[in-house]
Design a protein around this ligand. Structure first.
Ligand SMILES: [Zn+2]
Length: 118
């Protein structure tokens, strides 16, 4: 039951489709990790889009997704496998390196942007 449909030689659309998504996967992962966001963990100097003042953003740390992921892993290790004390579960929420940073305008108190770890 082998019915081979012969494609006429002038039919080249298959080659075109293969070339289209040719962006190499290595560059892709690097692109995601260095996602261009003007916001980082430090206050930045900028013009507020709300009140048009030239301000240095006020930063506030808050728990994003990353501490919760680590919390889940630690909770699993501590509560089910007893590898670590369960009280370590809350540690990620106190590590600045894991927290997202919200930038707000000190003049008009409006939200400017967020530096996200994930
Ligand atoms: Zn403002």
């Amino acid at each position: 039951m082998t019915t081979k449909v012969e494609v006429p030689p002038s039919y080249d659309s298959e080659d075109v489709e293969q070339n289209a998504p040719a962006s190499s996967p290595q560059n892709d992962s690097r692109y995601v990790s260095s996602r261009a966001s003007p916001y980082n963990t430090n206050p930045i100097e900028m013009d507020c889009p709300h009140c048009q003042n030239h301000i240095v953003s006020h930063i506030e740390r808050c728990a994003g997704i990353l501490p919760w992921i680590i919390f889940a892993i630690l909770a699993f290790l501590g509560l089910f496998l007893f590898i670590i004390p369960w009280c370590f579960c809350c540690v990620p929420f106190f590590l600045d390196q894991l927290l997202d940073v919200n930038h707000t305008c000190p003049a008009c108190k409006k939200f400017l942007g967020r530096f996200s770890r994930v």
